[in-house]
Ligand binder design. Structure first.
Ligand SMILES: C=C(O[C@@H]1C=C(C(=O)O)C=C[C@H]1O)C(=O)O
Length: 113
């Protein structure tokens, strides 16, 4: 952010601050999309590996470790740990859906869905 968090001096300054925050939000959203795309590229490769070697799509023990770790990281970063857990579960549900599709033989490493 170009401006640190501060109280605006007047309405015009508030609009300027808002535009600055929104520019940062847009950059962060773009980074999130790229990071998610990279994560799904990896998890789809994991799905192929699992399908080829008869491993189950879901691994609840691994997920429990990830949740515990992300909750700690969220807490340190002043992010709500419950939100971090819900977000991970949301992503992992989609990953498992991909793995089930791949195991069923119709999950070529497609770019979408
Ligand atoms: C990616 C994997 O498959 C599933 C998806 C996970 C994830 O998205 O992080 C974690 C565990 C598995 O339920 C894996 O086993 O590592």
């Amino acid at each position: 952010m170009s401006d640190t968090i501060r109280t605006p001096t007047d309405a015009a300054d508030a609009r300027k601050l808002l535009a600055g925050y929104r520019a940062s939000i847009d950059n962060i959203d773009a980074a999130l999309i790229h990071m998610l795309a990279e994560r799904f590229r990896c998890t789809k490769a994991v799905g192929v590996l699992k399908a080829e070697h008869g491993l189950p799509p879901a691994d609840p023990a691994r997920e429990a470790e990830q949740i515990a770790r992300l909750r700690r990281l969220a807490d340190d970063a002043q992010l709500d740990p419950d939100f971090a857990e819900k977000f991970l579960n949301f992503v992992v549900r989609e990953v498992i859906r991909h793995h089930e599709q791949i195991a069923a033989g119709n999950g070529e490493l497609k770019t979408n869905t």
